[in-house]
Ligand binder design. Structure first.
Ligand SMILES: [Zn+2]
Length: 497
C-alpha cells in the first residue's frame, strides 16, 4: 500500500509539472473556456471544433461519434491511449448528462488539452481512457437538465429509451471498461435550506454504488481507499470534499443518493464496473462562477485518474472477480432496500446566507440501505413472443437470449399479481404488488424467448424483470402494459434448464 501511494504521489507531481509534454505542446490550442477567460460555457459547436483540433495530438488517438440526439446533434467520444493496451485498466468517463450541469464538460476539455500536451503521460502508462465530455448536447445548448426530448437521462439507464443513454451503453457493452465515472453538479440549497438561513459549501461530492445487489468490494473499496485520497487531493487544491449525500433541510436526515439502477453509476456497477458519481457545486445560473466550478471538477478528475492509474492492477483484478461472480451467482436477489436511520450524525460545512459566515452543523445520517425483500434467483426467464416491450429492452442491453424454435416444456414459477399498491419509496410513488406464486410445468411456444442468467447482465435482468422489484421496469410508464391485475405477470421464472 505504502509503495503504491508513493507512486501515486510521484505521478501526480510529474503530471503537474509544466512543459513535460514535449513534442506537441506548441500545437495544442487552449481549451475554449480558457480562451474565453472563464466567462461563459462552451457551445456544442465550439466543443466539436476543439475536439477536431485535438484529434491525433499526443495520446488523443481519435474522436468517435457514438450517437445522435433527438435534435440531431452528434455525441462525440475521445479515445485516449499511448500504446499497447492488453494489460491496462479501461476507464470511461462521461460528463454533463444533465444539460444544466456544464462544469464537467468544461473540465473534460481542459483535461483533454493537458492530455494532448502530454502532461498526463505518466498516468496513461497503466490506463486507457474513453471520455465523453458532453453526454447531453441538446440539454446543454438549451441550458436545461433534460435532453432534447424532455427526459431525464440519469433516470433512463435501465429502460434505455433515449438515444444519449443508448449511446453510452452501446459503448460500455463494446469496450467493457473496468472503471466508470459519471460527472454532475449538485444544488447547494433549496427552499428548506434557505428558510433555515444556510447553504452547503462542499465543492466536490463523490458517490459510490449503494444498491445492495452490487458486490461489496465495488461498494466499499472506493469509499475506504479512494475517497480519502480524493479528499486530500482536493484540499491540497483548495476544494472541499464530501461523500455524496442528499438532505432536504438541516433538520432532515441525510442519506446517500438513490439505490436505483437507472442512473449512470449504479447501472454500470450492476455489471461489475468500479463505478462512481462525481457531483461538483453548481452556480446560481448556468454561467455563474463557471471558472470556480470547472476548476473544482478538474481537480477531482485529475486526482481520480491518478488514483485509478496507481491502483490499476488492484481494480482490474477485483472487477474481473466481480464479473465472474455475477453469471455464476446463486444468492438471492434483493428487490427492495431502504435507508434506515442508524443514529449517526455527520458534520456538514455550511455558510449563512445573511453575512456569509462559515460553520459546521451536524446532520442526522442514514448510512447504508438495508435489504428488506429478497427472492431466489431463477436459472432463467421466459418472455412470451408477444412481449415486444421486454424483448426490445433486452436487445437494447445486448442481453444474450435464445428464441425457442419448437414448443418446449419447462418447469417454471408463475407470478399472478392480485393488486398493485402504491407507496412512496425514495420520495417517488412506487408500485408494490401482492403476488401469488405457483410452480408448474408449462409448454412455451416457438418464438418465445429464453433469457439465461449465466451472463454479465444477470443482475440487471433480474432487477428489471421481477414484478416486485422497486427498481423494475414495471415502475416506468412506457411499461404500464405489464401492470396486469388477476393475471399472470408475463415473465416466467425457469427453475431448471
Ligand atoms: Zn446531475
Amino acid at each position: 500500500m505504502m509503495r503504491t501511494m508513493r507512486i501515486a504521489i510521484l505521478l501526480l507531481a510529474v503530471a503537474s509539472l509544466p512543459g513535460t509534454g514535449g513534442l506537441h505542446a506548441g500545437d495544442v490550442p487552449r481549451a475554449p473556456i480558457v480562451q474565453h477567460g472563464y466567462q461563459r460555457v462552451t457551445t456544442h459547436e465550439e466543443l466539436l471544433t476543439y475536439l477536431g483540433q485535438l484529434e491525433g495530438k499526443g495520446p488523443i488517438t481519435r474522436v468517435e461519434t457514438i450517437g445522435t440526439t433527438t435534435q440531431r446533434r452528434t455525441i462525440p467520444m475521445v479515445v485516449i491511449s499511448n500504446g499497447p493496451s492488453a494489460t491496462k485498466l479501461r476507464v470511461m468517463v462521461f460528463c454533463s448528462q444533465h444539460g444544466n450541469e456544464p462544469s464537467g464538460k468544461e473540465a473534460a476539455l481542459i483535461l483533454l488539452e493537458r492530455i494532448a500536451r502530454g502532461e498526463l503521460d505518466p498516468l496513461l502508462a497503466t490506463i486507457d481512457l474513453w471520455l465523453v465530455p458532453s453526454a447531453n448536447p441538446d440539454g446543454n445548448e438549451l441550458q436545461q437538465r433534460w435532453n432534447g426530448a424532455g427526459k431525464d437521462l440519469n433516470r433512463d439507464h435501465l429502460i434505455l429509451m433515449q438515444p444519449e443513454t443508448r449511446a453510452l451503453h452501446d459503448v460500455y457493452d463494446r469496450i467493457l471498461p473496468e472503471a466508470t465515472l459519471d460527472v454532475h453538479e449538485f444544488q447547494t440549497s433549496g427552499k428548506a435550506w434557505e428558510e433555515a438561513g444556510y447553504y452547503r459549501t462542499m465543492d466536490e461530492q463523490w458517490g459510490a454504488p449503494t444498491n445492495p445487489n452490487v458486490g461489496i468490494w465495488l461498494r466499499r473499496y472506493g469509499v475506504e481507499t479512494m475517497f480519502p485520497a480524493m479528499k486530500a487531493g482536493l484540499e491540497a487544491d483548495g476544494f472541499r470534499f464530501y461523500n455524496y449525500t442528499i438532505v432536504g433541510s438541516p433538520a432532515d436526515t441525510m442519506r446517500h443518493s438513490t439505490t436505483n439502477v437507472n442512473d449512470g453509476r449504479q447501472s454500470l456497477a450492476g455489471q461489475g464496473s468500479y463505478s462512481f458519481i462525481l457531483e461538483g457545486r453548481n452556480g446560481a445560473t448556468f454561467h455563474d462562477e463557471i471558472g470556480r466550478r470547472t476548476k473544482g471538477q478538474l481537480s477531482a478528475l485529475t486526482h481520480y485518474l491518478a488514483f485509478v492509474s496507481a491502483h490499476a492492477g488492484t481494480i482490474r483484478a477485483a472487477v474481473s472477480a466481480a464479473r465472474a461472480a455475477i453469471p455464476a451467482g446463486r444468492d438471492s436477489v434483493v428487490l427492495l432496500a431502504e435507508y434506515l436511520f442508524s443514529g449517526e450524525a455527520m458534520p456538514m460545512p455550511v455558510r449563512t446566507i445573511a453575512g456569509g459566515k462559515d460553520s459546521v452543523i451536524r446532520v442526522l445520517h442514514r448510512s447504508m440501505p438495508t435489504p428488506l425483500v429478497r427472492t431466489a434467483r431463477p436459472a432463467a426467464y421466459v418472455i412470451p413472443a408477444a412481449q415486444h416491450l421486454l424483448i426490445d429492452l433486452m436487445r437494447r442491453h445486448h442481453v444474450a437470449m435464445r428464441t425457442l424454435t419448437a414448443p418446449t416444456a419447462m418447469r417454471v414459477e408463475v407470478q399472478t399479481v392480485q393488486r398493485w399498491k402504491t407507496r412512496i419509496f425514495e420520495e417517488d410513488p412506487t408500485l408494490f404488488p401482492d403476488i401469488v406464486r405457483h410452480e408448474t410445468e408449462r409448454t412455451f411456444a416457438a418464438g418465445d424467448v429464453l433469457v439465461p442468467l449465466d451472463q454479465l447482465k444477470a443482475m440487471l435482468i433480474m432487477l428489471a424483470l421481477e414484478p416486485a422489484s422497486v427498481w423494475g421496469v414495471v415502475q416506468y410508464d412506457p411499461f404500464a402494459p405489464l401492470r396486469v391485475v388477476g393475471a399472470e405477470y408475463p415473465v416466467y421464472r425457469v427453475l431448471n434448464q
